[in-house]
Design a protein around this ligand. Structure first.
Ligand SMILES: Nc1ncnc2c1ncn2[C@@H]1O[C@H](COP(=O)(O)OP(=O)(O)O)[C@@H](O)[C@H]1O
Ligand SMILES: [Mg+2]
Length: 251
């Protein structure tokens, strides 16, 4: 779906600025999600009514329908989740901040992607300091941002390598620095700024939306995301987020 969106938009967005592209995309996603949601809930209601009708029919028919209804409900659920995800993409500006244990979130993301990495003989190491203060953040969005960064890292390494995920405080103690360092080829310096723009990808099957989403999430938290290449090689992506959350009026 992301790819269809990217492709249909790409022709149009070639002519407009980055900010306009981002706005266009957010609006399109929100609109699409909204338009899909209404018929979806109507479908859910009618499926339920149909189930009630069939409950009164002959046993053989009931038996056969049970499996079909399970499939239908499963697929409806899948669509509903997809729509929710798109609404999340469109509006990460509405973050719900709460105290977040960063070591737990980073640990959770590593666990989540461990099978994916292990299958390519990539080791994921967690280097988060243990004595960090709670971070005022939206745990769902923070997780989504980290998943995107670690997935990119896995794709950059391809096979046989390692990834380090860690969080620490900056020198002032006011910022949490959460970084993902991989043993891949790194990002060519001249591309380091453009990769955060929507639809910029070097992958055949890429959407080019991952880093854009990460950046939207960072900005919504009053923070930033940046990349650099480590002296010893590989890319480092760092989320810099205010420990106490976004102050009102921070833009
Ligand atoms: N860890 C990384 N190492 C090297 N290049 C990267 C890394 N992460 C992202 N990139 C580059 O940035 C591009 C954009 O990433 P992203 O927005 O996540 O979109 P996608 O993953 O769909 O290509 C990638 O296609 C790749 O060229
Ligand atoms: Mg990506």
């Amino acid at each position: 779906m992301e790819q269809i969106l990217a492709r249909t938009l790409e022709q149009e967005v070639g002519k407009v600025s980055v900010q306009e592209k981002q706005l266009l995309l957010s609006r399109l996603l929100a609109r699409l999600a909204h338009e899909i949601r209404n018929p979806l809930s109507s479908l859910g209601i009618h499926v339920q009514l149909l189930e009630e009708d069939i409950a009164r029919s002959a046993p053989q028919i009931q038996e056969r329908s049970t499996v079909r209804f399970e499939i239908i409900r499963g697929e409806l659920q899948r669509l509903d989740n997809l729509v929710k995800q798109f609404l999340n993409l469109a509006g990460p500006s509405s973050v719900s901040l709460q105290p977040v244990d960063v070591s737990r979130v980073t640990g959770h993301v590593c666990k989540l992607l461990h099978p994916e990495a292990a299958a390519r003989n990539i080791e994921i190491a967690l280097t988060t300091a243990s004595d960090l203060p709670a971070l005022a953040a939206d745990p769902v969005q923070l997780t989504q941002a980290l998943v995107n960064l670690v997935l990119n890292a896995i794709q950059a390494v391809v096979r046989d390598g390692h990834i380090e995920v860690g969080a620490r405080l900056d020198d002032t103690g006011g910022w949490m620095l959460i970084s993902v360092h991989d043993s891949g080829p790194g990002v060519p310096v001249e591309r380091q700024s453009v990769i955060f723009e929507p639809f910029v990808t070097t992958k055949d099957e890429g959407s080019g939306l991952g880093l854009w989403i990460v950046q939207q999430i960072a900005l919504a938290h009053g923070g930033t995301v940046g990349t650099a290449n480590a002296p010893a090689g590989g890319a480092v992506f760092t989320l810099q987020l205010p420990v106490r959350g976004k102050e009102p009026g921070d833009g």
